[in-house]
Design a protein around this ligand. Structure first.
Ligand SMILES: Nc1ccn([C@@H]2O[C@H](COP(=O)(O)OP(=O)(O)OP(=O)(O)O)[C@@H](O)[C@H]2O)c(=O)n1
Ligand SMILES: C[C@](O)(CO)[C@H](O)COP(=O)(O)O
Length: 241
């Protein structure tokens, strides 16, 4: 299994609703500029820095009009306009398009994570290839974890802030990042099975876990944060400058 190629798959078909500011044009976050360069281009360049990645396939929405320009001139990179309604659909479609060979590995990385350090990417590949099994970058939870209370019914005024219902044990909890690296055939089977059984999967690992496989947890990096909220872009500009 470890002799196959590593193909990076970049889901980039989202609209970035949570990152929108009401006073700014509604541009998907992967096309916003960070220090003059589009988020998506930065993400693909971070993947291309690893010579073991044979190709990068960026999966965009069928009506996407921006990716070709943003990715112009990048080596080993192609764009697949077959993104779906959910992230899982987009990844599944990417696994069905293009030339996949027996033994290939799929390394799935969010377009919205442009700060991926090469050391973390190499660590994931080294660990998974040495073990001959899939895994993901993740960070152990470092803070105390709270669950918020349901809003109280009948209150006459809105509360100043949500309140705490419980403090949860954090031992053994990790926050999943991407890339997530799996044998491509295993990942396709996992995503298809999850879809058919109606299982909601928010990352590749959770689909594979449903096959009773335990992915490896490989330490990620703070700089590999996902751009989700408006303020995240300011943080990322500071990281990369
Ligand atoms: N139908 C979708 C939805 C998401 N993504 C991609 O999945 C990654 C991580 O998802 P998320 O941060 O949730 O992105 P969005 O769905 O764009 O954000 P939001 O939920 O705020 O709209 C992003 O690179 C996004 O482009 C995708 O390819 N196809
Ligand atoms: C895959 C992921 O990046 C792992 O943290 C994340 O779940 C994707 O974002 P979403 O908000 O769940 O779509």
């Amino acid at each position: 299994m470890s002799e196959g190629r590593i193909i990076a798959l970049v889901p980039a078909a989202g609209v970035g609703a949570r990152a929108l500011r009401p006073d700014e044009p509604a541009r998907p976050k992967q096309y916003r500029l960070l220090d003059g360069q589009a988020v998506l281009r930065r993400t693909v360049l971070a993947l291309l820095a690893e010579p073991r990645i044979a190709a990068v396939r960026v999966v965009v929405a069928p009506d996407d009009a921006l990716a070709a320009e943003v990715l112009a001139g990048l080596p080993r990179t192609e764009c697949l306009p077959c993104g779906g309604a959910t992230r899982a659909d987009t990844v599944e479609q990417g696994l069905l398009q293009g030339d996949w060979r027996e033994g290939d590995w799929a390394l799935v990385h969010d377009a919205a994570r442009p700060g991926l350090p090469l050391e973390a990417l190499a660590r994931l590949i080294d660990t998974c290839l040495a073990a001959g099994r899939g895994g993901l970058l993740a960070l152990p939870v470092a803070d105390t974890v709270k669950r918020e209370a349901l809003p109280e019914g009948g209150a006459l005024t809105a509360p100043a802030a949500p309140s705490v219902a419980a403090t949860l044990p954090r031992e053994g909890l990790w926050l999943a990042q991407t890339p997530q690296l799996f044998p491509a055939a295993q990942l396709l089977q996992a995503l298809q099975q999850a879809r058919l059984s109606g299982l909601l999967v928010t990352d590749e690992a959770s689909a594979v876990e449903a096959l009773q496989v335990q992915p490896l947890l490989v330490p990620g990096a703070m700089a590999n944060m996902k751009l989700t909220w408006p303020a995240d872009f300011e943080w990322m500009e500071k990281w990369i400058s």
